[in-house]
Write a protein that binds this ligand. Structure first.
Ligand SMILES: *[C@@H]1O[C@H](CO)[C@@H](O)[C@H](O)[C@H]1NC(C)=O
Length: 435
């Protein structure tokens, strides 16, 4: 009797230890961070972040409580010595009972490439420093979507801070403010250490919408706070735009604005893609929020409408890589088009696991589709190092591991070196030049 009992206990212990060793324990969501009330002098800059603003220019954005604070940025290449200055524009918005501080957007430049600048906002407050991207390859992007402001967000940002990168790409869902406007302010403070040092290029997700019918417009806060260089790329909306950096043309699309063939976004995309010069920018990368290739149960099929409308354009243009968010997991595809593998299509990667409070999307569809190469539900971020005109190295880093550990990695070769863009193979290209 006693030996049986001991055996039972032993078996139980053994099975527990085996379970622990073989099954990866899925981390639980972490709570929204607590931000103690810590008022700054009203004219002191808060929530400083920067973004690329056309060739050799950078936009510096910040908020002050003081409505008369100046929108001036002083800057230079040595600490405390500001040899240049620029003045910008301001905006503000009201949302039900909330009214924002003064939101400043000031464009500085022309700036040297790959150079550290020291700057100060509004003529006072602390000094910040930023590094401009290089003029040529290699160039490295950090990628994390669906960030939010939880303990996991903090972990993701700490990991990104440890890697060497030039630009942060964010495929939608920034603050998870979800109608509570002061949460945009706490998010701005949370990301400031990173976002004031490297350009953050973002596109919107469903959590940016915050529309209350009859009361507030969609994307009010997002558009006021996270103004992107849309005018510079001929777009009439902050919800979609493009930019170029070191041999890469990056297109930021909107999953929550019209995308059908008669829409402004569609015409703008077509015009933008037909202008891409692959000699100047051999790499073509696209970002949007809702993935088109997704084998997770979460948000299944939500991207189908946009995919039906826009995938033919991306295919015709020879897009190399598509980055999305929305699904709180990681998934990487082969080169695909029209729902299946295609050597001339784009690689699609979902990185919607930045750390928001909703937690992970742990259930994947079975069997894994033939186009899906790697999928896992963990918090983390991606790194895209574009080495030269033909080779890029993609890696995905889980927050559970130390930053240098790569849970998924792959070399991606560009379509420019593949023959896919050769005129004779490229019947579908006509769609881009037809009226
Ligand atoms: C591009 O980088 C890859 C990987 O490092 C290398 O094998 C290849 O030779 C490079 N190509 C050129 C043209 O430098």
């Amino acid at each position: 009797m006693e030996t049986k009992f001991v055996l039972l206990i032993l078996t139980l212990l053994l099975s527990i230890s085996v379970t622990v060793r073989t099954d990866y324990v899925r981390p639980q969501p972490r709570k929204t961070l607590h931000f103690p009330w810590n008022p700054k002098p009203p004219s002191q800059p808060q929530q400083v972040h920067i973004s690329l603003a056309g060739e050799e220019h950078m936009q510096i954005s910040w908020v002050t409580d003081d409505k008369s604070a100046p929108s001036i940025v002083e800057y230079g290449t040595s600490p405390g010595i500001y040899t240049s200055s620029a003045e910008g524009d301001t905006t503000s918005y009201s949302y039900l009972f909330y009214s924002s501080g003064k939101i400043h957007h000031t464009v500085v430049g022309p700036l040297e490439h790959d150079t550290v600048y020291f700057y100060r906002c509004g003529g006072q407050g602390p000094e910040f420093q930023l590094k401009t991207p290089p003029a040529q390859f290699p160039v490295t992007f950090a990628v994390a979507g669906d960030l939010g402001q939880t303990g996991w967000t903090k972990s993701t940002l700490d990991h990104i801070d440890q890697c060497k990168y030039d630009i942060h790409l964010l495929p939608g869902d920034l603050s998870y403010a979800d109608y509570m406007q002061h949460r945009w302010d706490t998010f701005g403070e949370l990301v400031q250490p990173l976002a004031s040092a490297r350009p953050w290029m973002v596109t919107e997700g469903n959590h940016e919408k915050e529309k209350i019918p009859l009361f507030t417009d969609a994307f009010q806060s997002y558009n006021a706070r996270w103004k992107m260089p849309f005018e510079e790329s001929g777009s009439t909306s902050n919800l979609y735009y493009s930019f170029e950096v070191a041999g890469v043309h990056v297109v930021m699309l909107g999953s929550y604005t019209d995308y059908d063939e008669l829409s402004d976004q569609y015409s703008w995309l077509k015009a933008d893609l037909s202008k891409v010069d692959r000699k100047k920018t051999p790499w073509l990368v696209v970002l949007f929020h809702v993935p088109w290739y997704n084998s997770n149960n979460a948000h299944q099929g939500e991207g189908d409408g946009m995919m039906a409308a826009m995938e033919p354009l991306l295919y015709a243009a020879g897009v190399d890589l598509v980055l999305a968010g929305h699904v709180h997991a990681y998934e990487r595809s082969k080169r695909v088009n029209n729902g299946k593998s295609d050597p001339c299509g784009a690689v699609h990667i979902t990185v919607g696991d930045g750390g928001n409070r909703e937690g992970l999307a742990a259930k994947f569809r079975q069997p894994q589709p033939e186009w899906s190469m790697f999928r896992e539900a963990s918090f983390g971020h991606g790194e895209l190092k574009i080495v030269n005109s033909t080779h890029a190295f993609w890696s995905w880093h889980r927050n559970d591991d130390d930053e240098p550990v790569r849970s998924d990695q792959v070399w991606i070769t560009s379509l420019i070196g593949s023959g896919c863009l050769a005129e004779k193979n490229y019947e579908s290209r006509k769609i881009l030049i037809s009226p």
